[in-house]
Design a protein. Structure first.
Length: 81
């Protein structure tokens, strides 16, 4: 599927095509609809650039699950921390 915005639509949004791609990518990533790498490609950015874009928008890059946190806690206990 191809999603197309006309130049008039982009102007009305106050965005360039690249800015629209980045906006869509950030929102989809933040909503959990796409993973990091898919969003990065959609935005047309490399890893470092996309991480910086997320940081400037206050969007967490790593989102640990409850299970991730439990595993981390168990690992710390095994280490005696």
């Amino acid at each position: 599927m191809v999603l197309t915005f006309t130049n008039d639509e982009l102007r009305a949004m106050g965005m360039s095509a690249g800015e629209a791609r980045m906006e869509i990518a950030c929102r989809l990533f933040d909503a959990g609809r796409v993973g990091f790498h898919a969003a990065m490609r959609l935005a047309g950015l490399d890893r470092v650039e996309f991480e910086q874009l997320l940081r400037t928008r206050g969007i967490a890059i790593y989102r640990p699950t409850v299970n991730d946190l439990r595993e981390d806690l168990a690992a710390l206990r095994r280490m005696g921390v």
